[in-house]
Design a protein. Sequence first.
Length: 215
Amino acid sequence: MVTTPPGQRGPVPVYTFISDGGVQLAPDAFSYGPTILQVTPDMSNASGGGAGLIYGYGFGPTGNGPASPGLTVTVGGTPATITGFNSNAYGLEVVPYPLQAIYFTIPAGTTGNSADVSVATNAGSTVSHNAMTYLANPPQYSLPGSSLAQGVYDPVRDVYYFTDTNVIRGFFLVARGVVDTDQCPSAGAEHAADFGVSRFLRITASSRSRISVRT
């Protein structure tokens, strides 16, 4: 047993001096309070609900111990639900650093805001500033009866193609709705001939990179 000397907040190396003159070094083996190294992902829809992960030190005992008492996570001041803790984030028997991980559910936020992410334990707290950026919720369009699997974007025709059970679905950034190829003027005939598409879902969105499809 040893008594921890006073120190500055954050991880510090631990040295062991042996009577025969030998020295052992454990890098970042002790942390004065929690330390955040990375928050991933660093962005979320404004509605939240996604899975978040925080890497760092001092979230709990090393080894296979539980999280520290009083462990909490907040995003932009809003408490986040902690869903898991990993005292060995590397998943290795011998690790270079005592890296730990907290799993949490990202709370809702305000579109366009970059929020601070905070971790607190009974030993202290730490903040990663502007670690989570909230984006506008992507538009969602239902396609009843579909079973979409994989998709690819065609920048030449400005169309998203998705594989369905026995057809290819083409998603246009024009208008909403599912129409038969014979109801889709020139574009419908062209793509039907090129790809054997039997139906199209035509959609409108302000940002083509944020379109999502809900089946």
